[in-house]
Design a binder for this molecule. Structure first.
Ligand code: NAD
Ligand code: IPM
Ligand code: MN
Length: 359
């Protein structure tokens, strides 16, 4: 098949992990006889330095003429002055809004090899298979903001329509899985959460009566995630809670460097990114874990290009690299490999699996 893919490496470790993703996409194309056009664009701090704008018009145009967008990470200390007029993260938020990708899928299913390395007890992690569906284009991330003389305001606003559409995405995914939906909110305090709760109740009752629904308060969820993670299937929540809970959930998987994400909307173009950031503390050393980005490539192949076999092969190749003990420093203290070596291991396993399937 033919596909145009936009690569937005961004800042910090973004370019380091995206280099491995590019190699993987080139291999997937070569092995499968596909024609992928890979074009790079600027976003975040590097775009501010080059143009003054964290999301230049050329990058928006590139993404809009592509079938899918793969992003590394944006941000870093250079652009983090709290009084700076413009920030790298604004570029990412504008891109998500521009592409209309309101549903952010963040799967968390610890690989057996990573379970041994995770900081939590193995018995808690067995059977964990959670799909977070985080609302991505609403709430406090996109509300009105203002600074007053000695105060500041961030508005949190959700419309019924915004809640309905992401609830439907989560419920449809639950139908393909274990048919359980956990909605997370703070309905004991927040008015937006009470609107979420009544809207989710109505949509589920009217359209998805076959899915088991529960509501959990976000503070309790932060605890349940670490004490009994195996009981959750699909977890639906608003933008800010989803951001926080998925970083917490990365502890279940063993590392931030292992969690991919897919951001989907009603439109054609999907946005794919690891959930981690630009990791300024390790950037420039070639030691970042590329697996979250390579697993994001798998989600891109599946959700935007419909290449299911290739997507599964990428996931198996990352699993095989983990099984073989090819671990970056976030997962291993002794014998840690570089970003490049980890990427290479995945490519080798992919090539092997593709040729096995072709035989
Ligand atoms: P971070 O996710 O960048 O890093 C948190 C910790 O996890 C660090 O110790 C880092 O070294 C480690 N880590 C993250 N990814 C890793 C990987 N692939 N391999 C090995 N270790 C990894 O979060 P932060 O330090 O709070 O944020 C840094 C910057 O990144 C901020 O400017 C933030 O706004 C930005 N950020 C961007 C995105 C994005 O572009 N999607 C996501 C989160 C944070
Ligand atoms: C993420 C990041 C972003 C978010 C930041 C960089 C704006 O933390 O993708 O999880 O909060 O959504
Ligand atoms: Mn985050």
């Amino acid at each position: 098949m033919k596909a145009r893919i936009a690569l937005l490496p961004g800042d910090g470790i973004g370019p380091e992990v995206c280099a491995e993703a590019r190699r993987l996409l080139e291999l997937v194309a070569a092995e499968g006889g596909h024609a992928f056009t890979l074009e790079e664009g600027q976003i975040g701090g590097c775009a501010i330095d080059a143009t003054g704008d964290p999301l230049p018009a050329a990058t928006v145009a590139l993404c809009e003429r592509s079938d899918a967008v793969l992003l590394g990470a944006v941000g870093g200390p250079k652009w983090s002055d709290p009084d700076a007029p413009v920030r790298p993260e604004q570029g990412l938020l504008r891109l998500r809004a521009q592409l209309g990708v309101f549903a952010n899928l963040r799967p968390v299913a610890p690989h057996p090899a990573a379970i041994r390395l995770a900081p939590l007890r193995s018995r808690l992690l067995r059977g964990v298979d959670i799909l977070f569906v985080r609302e991505l284009t609403g709430g406090s991330y996109f509300g009105a903001r203002r600074r007053e003389a000695d105060a500041a305001v961030d508005e949190t606003r959700y419309s019924v329509a915004e809640i309905e559409r992401v609830t439907r995405v989560a419920a449809r995914l639950a139908r393909q899985r274990r048919r359980r939906l956990t909605h997370v909110d703070k309905a004991n305090v927040l008015e937006t959460s009470r609107l979420w709760r009544s809207t989710v109740n109505r949509v589920m009752r009217e359209e998805f009566p076959d899915i088991e629904l529960e509501h959990v308060l976000v503070d309790a969820m932060a605890m349940h995630l670490l004490t009994r993670p195996a009981r959750f299937d699909v977890v639906l929540t608003e933008n800010l809670f989803g951001d926080i809970l998925t970083d917490e959930a990365s502890v279940l998987a063993g590392s931030m460097g292992l969690l991919p994400s897919a951001s989907l909307g009603a439109g054609r173009v999907g946005l794919y990114e690891p959930i981690h950031g630009s990791a300024p503390d390790i950037a420039g050393r070639g030691i970042a874990n590329p697996y979250a980005t390579l697993l994001s490539v798998a989600l891109l192949l599946r959700h935007s290009l419909g290449l299911t076999a290739e997507a599964e092969r990428v996931e198996r190749a990352v699993g095989a690299a983990l099984d073989a003990g090819v671990l970056t420093a976030d997962l291993s203290r002794r014998g840690a490999v570089s970003t490049r070596k980890a990427g290479e291991a995945v490519l080798d396993h992919y090539r092997h699996l593709a040729r096995q399937a072709g035989r």
